[in-house]
Design a protein around this ligand. Structure first.
Ligand SMILES: [Zn+2]
Length: 208
C-alpha cells in the first residue's frame, strides 16, 4: 500500500516537472503558426473546437476509442506523428488512451488550472494543438495515461504493400509471415496489460 502511494507521488511530481520543463521548449519548438481564422478553414468545426479552443469531445463519442488497428496517430492539424498504436490501451474512460507519445519531443505539456482538479494539458509541439491531458494513473512501464480526444487525431493504418509479381508474392508472403510473427511477439512484450478494474472507478471522473 505504501509503495503504491510512493509510486503515485513520484508519478505526480514527475508530471509536474515534465510540464515545467516543457513549457519553455513548447514555445521554442512551435513550428507551425496559423491564426484561428486559418485553422477554422482547414478543420471541421468539431476539430477546431477541440484543437484550437481546447474543448473536450463527449466520452465514447470519438472514432478512435475502440480502434485496435496497428498504425500511427497523427496530429489532425499539422500531421505530425504523435502516438503509436503500440502504446494504446483500454482505459475504460471513453477517450483514446496511450501510455507514451511516439517521441518525447512530439508533444508539449502545460499546467491547466481551468478546473478544480489541477491537470496537465497535452499539446502538439509542432502546431500547439490541444490534444487532451496526461494523468499519473496509467499502466507500466511509464505509469502515465495520455487521455486524448479522437477529434485531434488522424489515424493512419500500417500499410503492408502487396507484392507485384507471383514469384515475389510467394517470397513476400513468407517474409511477411515471419515479420508478423516477430511483430506480434514484440507487441505482446511491449504492450502492458492495464488494470481494467482499477480504471473503471476513475473512468467517470477523468476527462481528457
Ligand atoms: Zn500539430
Amino acid at each position: 500500500m505504501n509503495r503504491r502511494i510512493l509510486a503515485l507521488a513520484l508519478a505526480f511530481v514527475s508530471l509536474h516537472l515534465l510540464a515545467w520543463g516543457q513549457e519553455e521548449t513548447a514555445t521554442k519548438k512551435k513550428k507551425m503558426m496559423k491564426t484561428d481564422e486559418e485553422w477554422a478553414k482547414l478543420l471541421t468545426r468539431p476539430q477546431f473546437m477541440v484543437t484550437r479552443m481546447k474543448a473536450t469531445e463527449p466520452a465514447f463519442s470519438g472514432k478512435y476509442v475502440n480502434n485496435h488497428s496497428k498504425g500511427m496517430y497523427h496530429c489532425v492539424c499539422c500531421n505530425s506523428d504523435l502516438f503509436s498504436s503500440k502504446t494504446k490501451f483500454e482505459s475504460g474512460t471513453g477517450w483514446p488512451s496511450f501510455w507514451k507519445p511516439v517521441d518525447a519531443s512530439a508533444i508539449a505539456t502545460e499546467m491547466d488550472y481551468k478546473t478544480e482538479e489541477e491537470r496537465v494539458e497535452v499539446l502538439c509541439s509542432t502546431c500547439g494543438a490541444h490534444l487532451g491531458h496526461v494523468f499519473s494513473d496509467g499502466p507500466l512501464p511509464t505509469g502515465l495515461r495520455y487521455c486524448i480526444n479522437s477529434l485531434s487525431l488522424r489515424f493512419e493504418k500500417d500499410s503492408n504493400a502487396p507484392a507485384t509479381t507471383k514469384k515475389d508474392s510467394a517470397k513476400a508472403k513468407a517474409k511477411a509471415k515471419g515479420k508478423a510473427a516477430s511483430k506480434a511477439k514484440d507487441t505482446a512484450e511491449s504492450e502492458p496489460k492495464p488494470d481494467a478494474s482499477a480504471k473503471k472507478d476513475e473512468a467517470e471522473a477523468k476527462t481528457p
